[in-house]
Design a protein around this ligand. Structure first.
Ligand SMILES: [Zn+2]
Length: 146
């Protein structure tokens, strides 16, 4: 079995509304997501991806379109966050591109969301081994699909 990993990075703001420390205040991170896929390499003679589990160019394109381009330079807000809903409602929400989501934007919830966004984008022959989301250079969360 072979494993291949591609990463993508983006800048994003968030806050953890119920947190009893600094994370309750709006702030940002440089996020890094590493996606590891496993599978056999392509054996189709003369195919562009012959000898590859997945073409890294195709892998990168999916991560850019489904993760980076949605989240980069956005503020991710929990739709149950009453303070942010009040502050960013109406046209201000659109102008500032606040992205409201149905979950508290922790690393754990965000990496799970990333998996759901990505799982149907790859060949059925590939299996997700792990998604690792770094919120800081020293803090990360792993999502290990069943
Ligand atoms: Zn944070």
């Amino acid at each position: 079995m072979l494993e291949v990993t591609k990463s993508v990075e983006w800048d994003m703001g968030h806050r953890i509304p119920n947190h009893d420390g600094q994370c309750q205040y709006p702030h940002g991170h440089r996020y890094r997501l590493e996606v590891t896929l496993s599978g056999a390499s392509v054996t189709i003679k003369d195919a562009s991806d012959e000898g590859m589990v997945i073409d890294f160019v195709a892998f990168k394109k999916i991560l850019r379109e489904k993760i980076h381009n949605i989240l980069d330079h956005r503020f991710l807000a929990y739709e149950g966050d009453k303070l942010l809903k009040e502050a960013f409602r109406g046209t201000l929400e659109k102008e500032l591109k606040i992205l409201f989501v149905p979950f508290i934007p922790t690393s754990e919830n965000l990496v799970t969301w990333c998996y759901k966004e990505l799982r149907s984008e790859f060949s059925q022959n590939l299996r997700f081994t792990r998604l690792r989301l770094y919120e800081t250079p020293t803090s990360f969360c792993d999502y290990l699909p069943e």
